[in-house]
Design a protein around this ligand. Structure first.
Ligand code: 13P
Length: 254
């Protein structure tokens, strides 16, 4: 069976000193769980967080080349060496503000898999795309472009996060039904392309204004295997409460 994953994307928040404090608060608040808990802190505390050892740690971005003249970038071998087990790829903020394209997303996914770092592929439509009605085709198209050239075994090692752009940081959450519809469509597309067995093993997360209040409803849905949490992951008690909710809704308390 696929993993239930609760992931916190800290984005560009917390100085190193603040991030270390947040990590300690998180250590004290998190309930015991058999689910996977991951944080994506700023690079500067990635190694520290990985050494703390009580959560999985990932990078918020990477370059697809192993090394070279790419000023300001970090490669997957560098990130892996300091303890990054995962990497976010194609987050809508990177697509929107940093010119991340389907092609760079595809290269990053392939590079992460080659380095044994789990890519968390983010897809999601904007509000105009949702209102125009073609959002299922749009998000499955993003998936198709990102996974081009990979076989089923590689796809199994990828995590997908559905993050509707209109729900990110806005306080407007997709309803559980809206999120389930898209997560089911993504899994359906995976089943058509790679077979049912592969589709059943890929964890598909929801992200976008997820919090302690709405987590239960979202996590009850059969195709939502966890959350990619922004703002609420900066509040240790709230993030811990979401993990507790996942224990209750999906099983997993230990
Ligand atoms: P918020 O939870 O702040 O809406 O952010 C979601 C997100 O972008 C996680 O990657």
């Amino acid at each position: 069976m696929r993993n239930v994953i609760l992931a916190g994307n800290w984005k560009m928040n917390e100085t190193p000193a603040q991030a270390r404090r947040l990590l300690e608060q998180l250590r004290e608040s998190l309930p015991k769980t058999s689910h996977e808990v991951v944080i994506f802190p700023p690079y500067l505390v990635l190694e520290h967080a990985a050494k703390a050892g009580f959560v999985k740690v990932g990078a918020q971005n990477c370059h697809f080349e192993e090394k070279g003249a790419f000023t300001g970038e970090l490669s997957l071998p560098m990130l892996r060496e300091v303890g990054a087990a995962c990497v976010l790829v194609g987050h809508s903020e990177r697509r929107q503000y940093f010119a991340e394209t389907d092609e760079t997303v595809r290269k990053k996914i392939a590079a992460a898999l080659a380095q044994d770092v789990t890519p968390f592929l983010c897809v999601g439509e904007t509000l105009p795309q949702r209102e125009a009605g073609g959002y299922l085709e749009f998000v499955t198209g993003q998936l198709e472009a990102a996974l081009a050239g990979l076989d089923g075994e590689a796809v199994k090692r990828t995590v997908v996060a559905y993050e509707p752009v209109w729900a990110i940081g806005t306080g407007v959450t997709a309803t559980a039904e809206q999120a389930q519809e898209v997560c089911a469509a993504l899994r359906g597309w995976l089943a058509d392309r790679y077979g049912k067995e592969v589709a059943q093993e890929v964890s598909i997360l929801y992200g976008g204004s997820m919090n302690a209040k709405n987590a239960a409803e979202l996590l009850k849905k059969p195709d939502i295997d966890g959350g990619l949490i922004g703002g609420a992951s900066l509040k240790p008690e709230e993030f811990a409460s979401i993990v507790k909710t996942a224990n209750e809704v999906k099983g997993g308390a230990r």
